[in-house]
Design a protein around this ligand. Structure first.
Ligand code: ZN
Length: 320
């Protein structure tokens, strides 16, 4: 059995500072694991089931100094297939996606106001981590002239479902890619919006990933990201039981960290928001390890909760 190979990431992936302190010890740090052994930490939340998190002294973001190399990560994700543990139901998840879409509607309407009202502009979207297309459905349901909606979804098991969900929109151009580099290499396209909900926390080589995304963004285009905030109240309350402290997140990004990363990439922060998620009690009990199938009454009632996530909208910094 081959042991995984860990890659060094000694400076902060957000602000590049080399000053940091050990903040949260994890059980995976010695790297003495095979991919098969690591997989069980990937599919469900196990408190402490992560690599050691270091806190950057300059921006307070947290990151793993040692993380599996890209080749091992690819092998790991291929092994997982569609078996990720899901605690929530499609209708509840869709409610959260609708909120993101409504927010995007406001930001995009403001950015392209004249062009949109004169029907001069049609929009090209790229979504990273599309899953089965819930955000796409929410975005395509709002009053925006979207002519192209491309998706990146590495999980091949979701591709058919995603394709089917997008094919109902007549006249919509849509491509499904497996990776960002596949988009960059395929053709010379620029997008008006690149969106990634809970994507940046998963990217081991964040610096280069941001460069690739920036290259695909139109000169007036927007990027919208939502990610977990390690400075949130919920983090302080739950401590090691905060679910984002897990093997899938090589970094947890603070507001300050994102601002510094944007400055390094010559990107401007257009707006920020604290996001809420639609959730129900059944989901909370499932995450705590209870086996609940259908649930009754109050258990199914959805409500909005601030889970300690934040959102950022970025654009190219214009030369003065
Ligand atoms: Zn930093």
């Amino acid at each position: 059995m081959n042991r995984i190979i860990l890659k060094e990431r000694l400076s902060c992936p957000l602000c590049q500072s080399g000053e940091n302190i050990l903040a949260r010890r994890g059980v995976l740090n010695d790297g003495n694991f095979t991919i098969e052994q690591l997989a069980k930490y990937w599919i469900r939340f196990i408190p402490g089931g992560h690599f050691d998190y270091f806190k950057c002294k300059a921006c307070s973001s947290m990151f793993n100094k040692y993380y599996p190399c890209e080749k091992d990560l690819d092998a790991l994700y291929n092994k997982l297939g569609a078996n990720m543990e899901v605690y929530s139901e499609p209708e509840i998840l869709f409610e959260t996606q609708k909120k993101y879409a409504n927010y995007l509607f406001k930001v995009i309407s403001k950015t392209y106001k004249g062009d949109l009202s004169d029907n001069k502009k049609s929009l090209r979207f790229l979504e990273i981590g599309s899953d089965d297309g819930k955000l796409a459905k929410a975005c395509l349901g709002i009053q925006l002239p979207i002519c192209q909606y491309d998706c990146i979804e590495p999980n091949a098991n979701l591709k058919n479902q995603l394709h089917e969900n997008l094919s109902i929109y007549q006249g919509l151009k849509s491509n499904i890619y497996r990776s960002l580099s596949e988009v960059s290499g395929s053709k010379n396209i620029k997008y008006d919006l690149i969106v990634g909900i809970h994507v940046l926390d998963h990217i081991a080589d964040l610096h280069n990933y941001l460069i690739q995304m920036k290259d695909l963004l139109d000169k007036n285009g927007l990027m919208f990201f939502v990610f977990h905030n390690p400075n949130s109240l919920l983090t302080k309350v739950l401590r090691r039981f905060w679910p984002p402290f897990c093997s899938q997140h090589p970094q947890l990004i603070t507001r300050n960290g994102m601002i510094k990363a944007a400055a390094i990439q010559n990107l401007k922060v257009v707006s920020t928001l604290k996001t809420t998620n639609r959730i129900n009690l059944k989901q909370i009990f499932r995450m705590a390890g209870f086996k609940i199938n259908k649930g009754i009454g109050l258990l199914n009632h959805g409500f909005d909760l601030n889970l300690g996530n934040h959102g950022f909208v970025l654009t190219h910094k214009k030369d003065l």
